[in-house]
Design a protein around this ligand. Structure first.
Ligand code: NAG
Ligand code: NAG
Ligand code: NAG
Length: 256
């Protein structure tokens, strides 16, 4: 099966997708601002219909996301929960400083999803508070069986793409890498994590790309992609494994 990126492409909007204040594929609304490192990446300032990807705050000026979310510029929202309501802690930044991993291949048709990870530098420091806090990233790699939490404003329905207005959370497990090898063959590599439910029904979907996989209270992965429709049985989602990129993250943050 083809491994597809989980960014919310603009073409999806044209294809009859809709918005609903509904429940998810196995997810539920997160307690507001309980994931203060969660960021949303948007094409335009005010229009929530232009969500592209998720991202994770890892320092007061730095976010981690997926390299396939790279655009000439994007709007970052921090402290966000309900996309249409102004609730107080929201912070907005226009970003142009992107640092995709140098090993990421931009040629999407080659189906090489390695090193799909990118740093974003904010133009000024984020104001930290209860609703905006960085997440430490994991230096040790997680093992299969670990319980983790994912969050995002990605699609909550796998057949007809439906986007929620509030941030959604779901508990999932790290699965054996061989299960993703079976599902995606050579497209799955050793710098990726396989996570979800083997029986399907819960997991990341379109619009969740770049968002966090939090295990033991630290960032273990960023959403890369999976099958379409998402969360089908035997097709868990795939994450870039953060523990393999600690050196590159540190070096890039130090030099820029
Ligand atoms: C992209 O990858 C495809 C499939 O491997 C290949 O045929 C094509 O030449 C590549 N394009 C570029 C610009 O490298
Ligand atoms: C993050 O890491 C720093 C330095 O290692 C540590 O002091 C801090 O307590 C950690 N924060 C959390 C929330 O684990
Ligand atoms: C995830 O699991 C934890 C611990 O079992 C539970 O407290 C939390 O409510 C769960 N969250 C979701 C979104 O299911």
């Amino acid at each position: 099966m083809k491994l597809s990126f989980f960014c919310a492409l603009l073409s999806l909007w044209a294809a009859g997708s809709s918005w609903a204040d509904t429940r998810a594929i196995g997810a539920q609304e997160c307690h507001p601002n309980s994931q203060p490192w969660q960021a949303g990446l948007f094409y335009h300032t005010r229009n929530p219909y232009n969500l592209l990807c998720g991202a994770v705050l890892i320092g007061d000026r730095w976010l981690l996301t997926a390299a396939h979310c790279h655009k000439p510029y994007l709007w970052v929202r921090l402290g966000e929960h309900h996309l249409l309501k102004r609730e107080g802690p929201e912070q907005l930044f226009r970003v142009t400083d992107f640092f995709p991993h140098p090993g990421f291949k931009k040629n999407f048709s080659a189906q090489d999803h390695n090193n799909d990870i990118m740093l974003i530098r904010l133009p000024r420091k984020a104001r930290l508070g209860p609703a905006v806090q960085p997440l430490n990233f994991s230096h040790t790699c997680v093992s299969p069986g670990t319980q983790c939490l994912i969050s995002g404003w990605g699609s909550v329905s796998s057949h007809k793409v439906q986007f929620p207005l509030t941030l959604q959370c779901a508990n999932i497990s790290i699965l054996e890498p061989r299960l993703c090898h079976e599902a995606y063959l050579f497209q799955f590599s050793k710098h990726m994590l396989c996570a979800g439910l083997w029986e399907g029904g819960r997991g990341a979907c379109q619009g969740d790309s770049g968002g966090p996989l939090v295990c033991h209270g630290t960032l273990a992965g960023v959403v890369l992609g999976g099958s379409e429709p998402c969360s089908g049985p035997r097709h868990p989602a795939v994450y870039s494994s953060v523990c393999h990129y600690v050196h590159w993250i540190r070096k890039t943050m130090k030099e820029n």
